[in-house]
Ligand binder design. Structure first.
Ligand code: ZN
Length: 102
């Protein structure tokens, strides 16, 4: 009986310390939730010209990336996911072509 009581006391202590741990985490969770709301708000409130600039930059970079892949393929290397950067043995690859002209 004495052992049982001791075990109960230990479980109770563990539950207590877990509860304390959860409660100590609460402010962090709340702070993160607030930060998340603030960031969402910030993204939504970006001026339209900034948003357009970001989209234009992304398109520009995409264009450069495509050009580089095209060049790599012209120089005789795979740009497809299957054999990326390996030499084009047959001088042609359907997967590369499909990838470049999608
Ligand atoms: Zn290929």
């Amino acid at each position: 009986m004495r052992q049982l009581i001791q075990a109960f006391i230990e479980v109770e202590e563990k539950i207590h310390s877990l509860l304390e741990e959860v409660q100590s985490l609460k402010p962090y969770v709340e702070a993160l939730a607030e930060e998340n709301i603030r960031l969402k708000h910030e993204v939504c409130s970006l001026p339209e010209n900034v948003t357009e600039q970001v989209i234009a930059n992304a398109r520009h970079l995409q264009g450069i990336a495509n050009e580089n892949l095209e060049k790599l393929y012209q120089e005789g290397f795979h740009v497809c996911h299957l054999h990326f950067a390996q030499p084009l043995d047959d001088g042609d690859c359907l997967f590369c072509r499909g990838f470049l002209h999608r």
